[in-house]
Design a protein around this ligand. Structure first.
Ligand SMILES: Cc1cc2nc3c(=O)[nH]c(=O)nc-3n(C[C@H](O)[C@H](O)[C@H](O)COP(=O)(O)O)c2cc1C
Length: 176
């Protein structure tokens, strides 16, 4: 698959087979995240790899969805507010940096035939407590990963996404 094919093949998988994800594939996912760009190359991220049932349960407590229990692997992508670059106007770009790394990881997973889902709607306080994260480390997303136990419509982007006409503006934007 080329990059556009991988981007179109990715979807939010919420049903996984129990098969474990091989260690070499996990390492490839992490390598894809590692090489992501970041503001001033500060790389303000940490990735917590969770496979034990005890620690998976700690994640479930922070995002109580039955489907999440089907994931044999969860990677919690965290940002370090002590490391991230701040623009002159004070904007902390941590979310941008970590998001790019997560997207590298997710697209790599797709290329390897693995399903993933972005999850941000978790209980932050519970997750920080359960993973014993210090104050300056923010969990940005939890990414359940595994072999998909569902299928998706290959033409869904024609229906589920806005058209280019709606979102692209050549030279200037007139809708604001
Ligand atoms: C930043 C972000 C946060 C998301 N958080 C959640 C979440 O907490 N739970 C969930 O089930 N899906 C979550 N999603 C998945 C979106 O609902 C999904 O990407 C969107 O509906 C498009 O569907 P698709 O991923 O299958 O193309 C999130 C997606 C993104 C990009």
């Amino acid at each position: 698959m080329n990059l556009l094919e991988i981007a179109k093949a990715r979807y939010s998988c919420r049903n996984f087979k129990p098969d474990l994800v091989e260690k070499d594939k996990i390492m490839t996912l992490l390598e894809a995240a590692r090489v992501a760009p970041s503001g001033v190359n500060f790389q303000p991220w940490h990735f917590i790899v969770i496979q034990s049932s005890e620690n998976l349960e700690k994640i479930h407590q922070a995002y109580k969805r039955e489907w999440l229990k089907t994931a044999p692997l969860i990677i919690v992508a965290c940002g370090d507010h002590d490391l991230s670059w701040r623009r002159n106007d004070g904007k902390d770009i941590l979310d941008i940096d970590v998001t790019i790394a997560i997207d590298h990881l997710i697209l790599q997973a797709t290329e390897l035939g693995l399903g993933t889902c972005w999850v941000c709607n978790f209980n932050v306080i519970r997750l920080k407590e359960n993973l014993k994260l210090p104050d300056h480390i923010e969990p940005i997303a939890i990414i359940p990963i595994g072999y998909p136990n569902d299928v998706t419509d290959p033409d869904r982007h024609d229906i589920k996404r806005k058209s280019l006409n709606e979102i692209v503006h050549w030279e200037s934007i007139s809708i604001l």
